[in-house]
Write a protein that binds this ligand. Structure first.
Ligand SMILES: [Zn+2]
Length: 361
C-alpha cells in the first residue's frame, strides 16, 4: 500500500493508516494550541481523535468479520482522515447477507454508545459537551465519544450509497426486485436525498453541501458498477473469447516479446513450457523485466503463473470478478484441459459497449 503505514493484522486483515492522517493530527494540535489551550488539553484533543478512529476501525471490522462469515475476504482496512474503508473483495449477493454485512458497522458504534451510556450513568453525570472554556474534562471526553458514536451510526445509516444505509436499502429492495433494479432504485433514492442535502446545506451548513456531493457521486458509481455486472451476467466467456494470440517459449529472451510488442497490437503473450502452458506476460511484466533483468533473460523468469481457471461456458461476470480478484487484465481460457483462447479486460469492455449500443437502438 503506497503512502500508508501498516498497523498490523487483525484476524488476517491488514490495517493501514494513510499518511495524510498526520495532517489531521497536526491540524487538531494546532487548532487547540491556537485557541490558547495548554499542551495537556491539546494532547487530550489528539487522544480523542485517536480513540475516535479506533471506533471507526471497529466499525470496519464489524463489516469485515461479518463478511468473513459468508466467505468474503477483506484484503485490508484503510484509515483515512475522512474515515475508514474496508477493502472487501465484493459484497455478498444474497440480500439477507448483504443486509447483515451492511448493518454490522453501524451496529458496532451503537454497541459502543450503549456501553458508554452505562459507564457515564454509573459515574452519575451526563455532563455538557464541553465546559465553559471549551475544555474537555475526563467525563466530557467519554460523553463526546458517546455522542460521536451515535453520530457515526446515524450518518452511516443514511439510505444512500456509498453509505451503509444505501446497502441496507438495496438489500431490502433486492428481496422483492432483482439486484440491478434494486440498485437502481436505491441509487435514485440516494441521489434524491443528496440533492436535498445540497439545498439544505446552502441555506444552513456548508458541510451538508459536501456530504450531498459525496453521496451523489457515490450513488452514481454504485449504479454503474451494478449495471456493468448485470450486463456481463447475460454473456458467457465464449462471447468475449479471442482465438488469436501469440505463444512464446519460456526459453525465449525478453527481447523476443519486446519485438512482438512493438510490431503489433498485442500487449499480452502466452508463455509455453514443455508443450504445456506456463503462464503469460503483459506489457507491464515485459517492461519491468527489461529494466530489472535485461533483454536476454528468459521469459520464463518473468511470466505470471497465477491465472484463474476460466472456461468458455462460464458467465462473463464471474470471469471478470475472478480476474479482478487476482488483479490481472488477461487470462488464458481452457476447455477440457486444452487452450481455447484468451480473455482480456479490454474485450470485456467492448462487450459492454456493444451491448449498450444495441439496447439503445
Ligand atoms: Zn460502514
Amino acid at each position: 500500500m503506497k503512502w500508508s503505514l501498516s498497523l498490523g493484522r487483525i484476524s488476517g486483515i491488514e490495517v493501514f493508516v494513510h499518511w495524510t492522517f498526520l495532517i489531521l493530527i497536526a491540524w487538531i494540535l494546532f487548532s487547540h494550541l491556537s485557541m490558547g489551550h495548554g499542551w495537556e488539553q491539546s494532547l487530550v484533543g489528539v487522544v480523542f481523535i485517536l480513540v475516535l478512529f479506533a471506533c471507526v476501525l471497529l466499525h470496519e471490522l464489524g463489516h469485515a468479520l461479518t463478511g468473513k462469515r459468508y466467505g468474503i475476504t477483506t484484503k485490508n482496512i484503510m484509515l483515512l482522515p475522512i474515515g475508514g474503508v474496508a477493502n472487501m473483495e465484493k459484497m455478498p449477493e444474497k440480500p439477507i447477507q448483504e443486509l447483515w454485512v451492511a448493518l454490522a458497522g453501524p451496529a458496532v458504534n451503537l454497541v459502543i454508545a450503549i456501553v458508554l451510556f452505562f459507564v457515564l450513568r454509573q459515574a452519575g453525570d451526563m455532563p455538557s459537551l464541553l465546559d465553559v472554556d471549551g475544555h474537555m474534562s475526563s467525563s466530557s471526553f467519554l460523553y463526546n465519544l458517546f455522542l460521536v458514536n451515535i453520530l457515526l451510526a446515524v450518518f452511516n445509516l443514511i439510505p444512500a450509497f456509498p453509505m451503509d444505509g444505501g446497502r441496507v436499502l438495496r438489500a431490502l429492495l433486492a428481496m422483492k426486485f432483482d439486484r440491478a433494479k434494486a440498485t437502481e432504485i436505491a441509487a435514485r433514492t440516494g441521489q434524491f436525498l443528496a440533492i436535498g442535502f445540497v439545498f439544505l446545506g446552502l441555506i444552513s451548513n456548508v458541510w451538508l453541501v459536501f456530504i450531498g456531493l459525496f453521496v451523489f457521486l457515490g450513488a452514481g458509481a454504485e449504479s454503474n458498477y451494478e449495471a456493468t455486472r448485470s450486463v456481463l451476467s447475460k454473456y458467457k466467456v465464449s462471447d468475449a473469447l479471442m482465438k488469436k494470440y501469440t505463444l512464446l517459449s519460456a526459453d525465449d529472451p525478453i527481447e523476443r516479446a519486446v519485438e512482438h510488442l512493438l510490431n503489433g497490437q498485442e500487449k499480452e503473450f502466452l508463455i509455453a513450457l514443455n508443450n504445456g502452458l506456463m503462464g503469460f506476460v503483459t506489457r507491464d511484466e515485459i517492461i519491468r523485466g527489461l529494466s530489472e533483468l535485461g533483454k536476454s533473460a528468459p521469459l520464463g523468469n518473468i511470466a505470471r503463473q497465477d491465472f484463474p481457471a476460466l472456461s468458455p461456458e462460464m458467465g462473463l461476470d464471474k470471469a471478470h470478478e475472478m480476474m479482478a480478484k487476482l488483479g490481472i487484465s488477461f487470462s488464458p481460457v481452457f476447455m477440457e484441459g486444452e487452450l481455447a483462447g484468451v480473455l482480456d479486460t479490454e474485450n470485456i469492455s467492448e462487450v459492454i459497449m456493444v451491448n449498450k449500443a444495441v439496447t439503445r437502438s
